[in-house]
Design a protein around this ligand. Structure first.
Ligand code: HAM
Length: 424
């Protein structure tokens, strides 16, 4: 339990995002939004909490549901849970609203998992992601993977990421595979100990374990690729050919079943060596062709991915890419007159669409010019008593230091025209 001194701090496993880091977040989300929109995905916003049954669809044997759920009963006696991922909510929203297909949506949202916090692993983490519902054509799998790949490479500038791909096949594949896998776990029941019960409930979940003493056993476990039906194998082949065609390198990871129960067909994960192996996944996703039906909707194909914002930014730091943007504004008003003159001028400048800032209270002119530099202003406007008495202000181009007088009444329009002509 936190002591008195700890309660006015961010809760364990969460963190505040303050400027200038928040500027980097905004740039990250904007870049993702732009790329997603270009590929036909539109923004979806779903509640931060859901009926517990929705979140439980991640799987009763997954850690996210078994051990990490933030669940509570509200004042009306409803059993609710904070969202643990974006996919369950999107599938629920699709089943509820039945939009026309293909339904292609993107999101940015926090997710909650009661994890043991460490670098890159938090109790509240943020994801950007996309989901495409109502398309079973495996070439969309390639499009979805390509979107993530291009975001990492072209928008963020990451170079050291790895793409792992696998297929979970169809229901018949998974049925057969579960049986042989369970047989294999039974032969290792002593090593599995108490976890044998979980292996029986869902044999796939053992494959996600990071336990060091299990890795040899997992390494030699049967591989799902050997049990793919003809149709599943053909779909997987199409995905691989598509990735080759788009020039996207990947490795086949025969044991990549991903930690959530809803996956069917293609699964994939992007990893980076800049993070510890236990949390080296910077994004991942796959098909979940049964999830909408489990939410009470019509049988609907689905595929998507989620990218962990915090983890990716750690990796960007490690690779020295995607730094926080330098502060930049159009105009800083340096005011040696006082009263309401500064207030009036910034409001005029903002009204014509320029970003404008000023100092508050009385500060020396020198300090105000330093503040203009720190704010990254392109122009400084000097409000001084003598010039103002003549109906003028001084306008300084900060990069060159060149200053001219402009009529006070015309300065907002003058600066706006200047900015427009500089940009064109
Ligand atoms: P996930 O693999 O659980 O998949 O999470 C996606 C990404 O979120 C991870 O690759 C990682 O970057 C980040 N992440 C997950 N948990 C944490 C955490 N505790 N702390 C920091 N970052 C974390 C999903 O959530 C699926 N909904 C992805 C998906 C979308 N599949 C289909 N559509």
């Amino acid at each position: 339990m936190p002591g008195d001194r700890d309660v006015f701090r961010e809760p364990l496993g969460t963190h505040d995002v303050l400027p200038p880091e928040s500027e980097r977040w905004q740039a990250f989300v904007t870049a993702f939004a732009t790329r997603a929109r270009r590929a036909g995905f539109e923004l979806v916003v779903t509640p931060i909490f859901e009926h517990i049954e929705v979140v439980q669809k991640l799987g009763s044997t997954t850690d996210a549901v078994r051990k990490e759920l933030y669940d509570f009963t509200d004042k009306g006696g409803r059993q609710l849970a904070l969202r643990a991922d974006g996919t369950a909510s999107v599938a629920r929203a699709f089943a509820q609203h039945q939009p026309a297909t293909p339904w292609k949506v993107w999101y940015v949202a926090p997710n909650f998992r009661y994890e043991r916090p460490q670098k890159g692993r938090y109790r509240q983490h943020w994801q950007v992601g996309v989901e495409a519902l109502g398309v079973d054509d495996p070439t969309i799998d390639v499009e979805v993977i390509a979107l993530a790949h291009e975001f990492y490479r072209d928008d963020l500038g990451l170079r050291q990421t790895r793409l792992l791909v696998n297929s979970m096949g169809d229901a018949e594949t998974r049925g057969r595979y579960r049986e042989v896998l369970l047989e294999y776990w039974n032969a290792h029941a002593t090593l599995l100990g108490d976890e044998m019960a979980r292996a029986e409930a869902n044999p796939l979940r053992v494959l996600d374990s990071k336990r060091a003493d299990w890795q040899d056993m997992i390494e030699t476990a049967p591989q799902i690729g050997d049990y793919l039906t003809k149709e599943s194998a053909a779909d997987f082949e199409t995905v691989q050919e598509g990735l080759h065609r788009l020039g996207i390198s990947f490795e086949i990871a025969p044991r990549l079943v991903r930690g959530l129960d809803y996956y069917t067909g293609t699964t994939f994960e992007f990893q980076s060596d800049a993070l510890d192996a236990a949390q080296n996944a910077i994004g991942g996703g796959g098909r979940y062709d049964g999830l909408v039906e489990q939410m009470g909707g019509r049988p609907t194909a689905g595929i998507g991915f989620g990218i962990g914002i915090e983890r990716v930014l750690i990796v960007c730091d490690a690779e020295g890419v995607f730094a926080a943007p330098e502060p930049a504004i159009d105009v800083f008003v340096v005011d040696t007159v006082g009263g309401l003159a500064g207030l009036e001028l910034v409001s005029e400048l903002r009204a014509v669409g320029l970003s404008a800032e000023r100092s508050y209270g009385t500060r020396s002119m020198k300090k105000q010019w330093s503040a203009a530099d720190r704010a990254g202003a392109r122009w400084g406007v000097l409000l001084a008593p003598r010039e103002l008495a003549d109906g003028k202000v001084g306008v300084k181009h900060l990069a060159t230091g060149k200053q001219i007088d402009v009529k006070r009444d015309e300065v907002a329009a003058w600066l706006r025209n200047k900015e427009e002509s500089d940009q064109s």
